[in-house]
Design a protein around this ligand. Structure first.
Ligand code: SF4
Ligand code: SF4
Length: 179
């Protein structure tokens, strides 16, 4: 205990040991009432004049800024399997497997016109390891890998945080979370 605390204790003790006169009794009541009203005054000022700072989540949802780094999404149809995202990732949580496309296979291009020379066989991100640094999205030459503003992706197990972006249910996120 600090010296200041000890001297405060002494002051309080002395106050309680003082004889309680009628005047002091009324003074105590006045102090109790005036501090209660002072506190209520501050509360009422906020109730009546300050706009609410909370929302009734999950019924009401807040829109995150467009440049938020939230849930990652890879639009695999525009991915050229270049591995640049995996190389940039500081925690190695992006797993990619790709094979060279058959020469006889129809030529494919991304929406931006980049030739797709590899067939993407696996594109998985373990988002339980991801630190949302955004380096992978910056490195992506076709901008198919993006951070979305979706922040509702809590899971019960770590395994459920590993997303296979070639899976049909995850491909369907495109219409829900990519703006
Ligand atoms: S946001 Fe950062 S940590 Fe997460 S996958 Fe991309 S590079 Fe890796
Ligand atoms: S950087 Fe982009 S195009 Fe290259 S593998 Fe990653 S997501 Fe695909």
């Amino acid at each position: 205990m600090k010296i200041n605390d000890l001297s405060m204790l002494d002051t309080n003790r002395a106050r309680y040991e003082e004889e309680l006169t009628l005047g002091k009794w009324f003074k105590n009541i006045w102090i109790a009432l005036s501090t209660a009203f002072k506190g209520m005054g501050i509360t009422m000022k906020y109730v009546l004049t300050v706009k609410p700072v909370t929302i009734e989540y999950p019924e009401v949802k807040e829109e995150l800024p467009a440049n938020s780094r939230s849930r990652l999404f890879n639009d695999v149809d525009n991915c050229i399997s270049c591995m640049q995202c995996a190389d940039a990732c500081p925690v190695d949580c992006i797993y990619i497997t790709a094979v060279r496309r058959d020469k006889e296979a129809p030529k494919l291009k991304t929406d931006g016109g980049t030739p797709i020379k590899l067939d993407l066989k696996q594109y998985t991100i373990d988002t339980a390891l991801c630190c949302y640094c955004g380096l992978c999205t910056v490195a992506c030459p076709t901008q198919c890998l993006t951070h979305t503003t979706d922040y509702e992706f809590a899971q019960y197990t770590l395994g459920e945080m590993k997303y296979d972006y070639l899976a049909s249910d995850i491909r369907a996120w495109k219409h829900r979370i990519v703006k």
